[in-house]
Write a protein that binds this ligand. Sequence first.
Ligand code: NDP
Ligand code: 8X3
Length: 257
Amino acid sequence: MSQIALITGVTSGIGEAAAELLVKNGYRVIITGRRKERLVAIGDKLKLQHNGRVHTLHFDVRDKSAVDEAILGLPEDMADIDILINNAGLASGFDPVQDGDAEDWDKMIDTNIKGLLYVTRRVVPGMIERKKGQIVNIGSIAGREVYPNGNVYCATKHAVDALTKSMRLDLLDKGIRVSQIAPGAVDTEFSVVRFHGDESRAEEVYKAYEPLHAADVAETILFAISRPPHVNINDIFVMPTAQASATAFHKDAEDTW
Ligand code: NDP
Ligand code: 8X3
């Protein structure tokens, strides 16, 4: 039987691209997110285009009981998750700490750190029982560096980096692989969300150079999960060629950061 992957945050961007690539490659995929209509439309498209086994689960990763209920209620043929891709995440706001909005901070900390933990805590016991599995956490260049106004988002992605390393230690004797994919700038809905829906400001982020596309990151995820069982990809740090650090871009026009 094909492997089962649960991917969080499939209603757009990296999660959507990863779901499509995995279904194309024969994985059974559980897709999740908050926006139910989009999720169902993506699930229907994947089933139709690739004739794959796709199961949709609609929940907010911040809601611990909703996470538990959704994952415990999986149908039998999708319950034994082989691969967990912790992708759901966001930046909210782009202000210096002294002007930061506590609601934005809560959103980022609750989603990027606590949400990742809630989902992992629910999925990992089954992997331990079956003595196999893989967790792929989506980190970021923001987990390697900090940059002006990135403060809390960077802190959450540094936490993802720390949790990835910690999980690898905690799960060392359980036969479970733990990987991190840490991308630089990827052209998704990420910046629209960061700038609270300001699309023109978001467009500026990806202007005058070629950023990564969601499909590029999906390819790295597929690589990490398709290695032989004795090989663990600890970390993939993947950047646009035109980006050398969080703030250094080779742009045709003036730097917009
Ligand atoms: P998108 O905004 O396109 O996608 C984010 C996904 O996360 C959506 O499907 C969204 O679904 C989901 N999500 C957000 N909050 C929640 C929540 N509380 N519960 C469940 N799902 C949630 O951005 P990306 O694809 O770019 O982001 C994916 C991951 O990649 C994030 O962890 C991000 O930090 C990381 N990343 C992004 C980079 C970039 O430049 N774009 C670079 C490095 C890392 P919905 O709103 O429907 O719930
Ligand atoms: C998203 C990339 O550089 O905006 O994680 O933090 S960045």
